[in-house]
Design a protein around this ligand. Structure first.
Ligand code: BDR
Ligand code: CA
Length: 313
């Protein structure tokens, strides 16, 4: 059983990742931190409580983090995820009572990682909270077990500019600060692998057949995302980035990659681009493991068996 903190900006695929993590028998989710990204932080917090309520896990503490990037202006991804962050489904509209922790997310990280722990962090949004935590306590990275970040792209094209992935584009200075200062291998679950994870209408139909209640819920959640992907890239279905970061955390053999030095561009037309120095031009110490290959079928077997309460044999 792995103990994890999830940092997120829900977001349709964050919501799927949270449901998956909360239901997984392999994870103990100790806390959830929220950052601005797909939606403003306040909406993200409401969506986290929706996920916790759906899984009967309102006992898990929720820490509110940054409501703007370190330097650049905040740009949400509500065109992709809907104004409510859940594909205009209004699934979280009944969330009223939100017992958030009084400590901020960066302060929580700085405190909890003041000494060595068994905890890992899975970051599914911009890295603003982690960068702010590093300013408070530069040794957080050495006191965690693993740090997995959904973000970046190596050979793949970007998803919000020709070269940039949204999480790192949204707060490039935070991404850069974390890659430069975390002092812990950043397991980069970028678009090279997440683009392979397409939740198709066929898979949705399968869910509706196997588990009508969850299937109906998923249909409500992903329809907007389906439409967005079709209009944007003519993809039939939707790329669900964030659940892969959780699945890979649980089962690293789902992906292959290499260890190298990565930096992040912070400005200009390449803002948010990950510079992956695979061939050691810069002679810098490796700070990341960059994933390049994934087994999508294995992912969907794991992911759907947990979501549908139908254990894979
Ligand atoms: C990432 O950006 C967000 O839109 C998704 O939730 C995911 O974390 C993909 O680029
Ligand atoms: Ca996300």
């Amino acid at each position: 059983m792995h103990e994890v903190i999830i940092d997120c900006d829900p977001g349709i695929d964050d919501c799927l990742a949270l449901l998956y993590a909360l239901k997984s028998p392999h994870l103990q989710v100790k806390a959830i931190c929220v950052v601005c990204g797909n939606v403003p932080t306040k909406i993200g917090v409401r969506n986290v409580f929706h996920c916790l309520a759906k899984c009967n896990r309102l006992d898990i503490p929720v820490y509110v983090g940054a409501d703007q990037p370190l330097v650049v202006d905040f740009t949400s991804a509500q065109d992709t995820h809907g104004m409510d962050g859940l594909g205009e489904s209004q699934l979280a509209s009944d969330v009223v009572d939100m017992p958030i922790q009084s400590e901020t997310a960066p302060a929580f990280y700085a405190r909890i990682f003041a000494q060595p722990t068994q905890l890992s962090v899975i970051a599914l949004g911009p890295l603003t909270n982690i960068a702010l935590a590093l300013e408070l306590n530069p040794s957080i990275g050495s006191n965690m077990q693993r740090f997995v970040s959904m973000g970046g792209a190596y050979l793949s094209h970007g998803n919000c500019s020709p070269v940039a992935e949204y999480n790192y584009w949204c707060d490039p200075h935070a991404a850069r600060a974390v890659y430069q200062n975390l002092n812990q291998t950043i397991e980069m679950v970028g678009l090279d692998v997440t683009r392979e994870i397409v939740f198709t209408p066929n898979l949705l139909s399968y869910c509706q057949y196997v588990q009508p209640e969850m299937g109906t819920y998923l249909a409500r959640l992903v329809q907007f995302y389906f439409d967005f992907h079709w209009q944007q890239e003519h993809i039939l279905g939707c790329v669900i980035n964030d659940p892969l970061a959780v699945a890979y955390f649980i089962q690293p053999q789902l992906c292959e990659g290499f260890t190298t030095f990565v930096d992040v561009e912070t400005q200009g037309i390449a803002r948010g681009q990950t510079l992956v120095d695979r061939h050691h031009f810069w002679q810098k110490k490796a700070n990341a493991k960059v994933l390049t290959k994934v087994l999508p079928d294995q992912f969907f077997i794991q992911f759907l068996s947990v979501l549908l309460d139908a254990p894979a044999s």
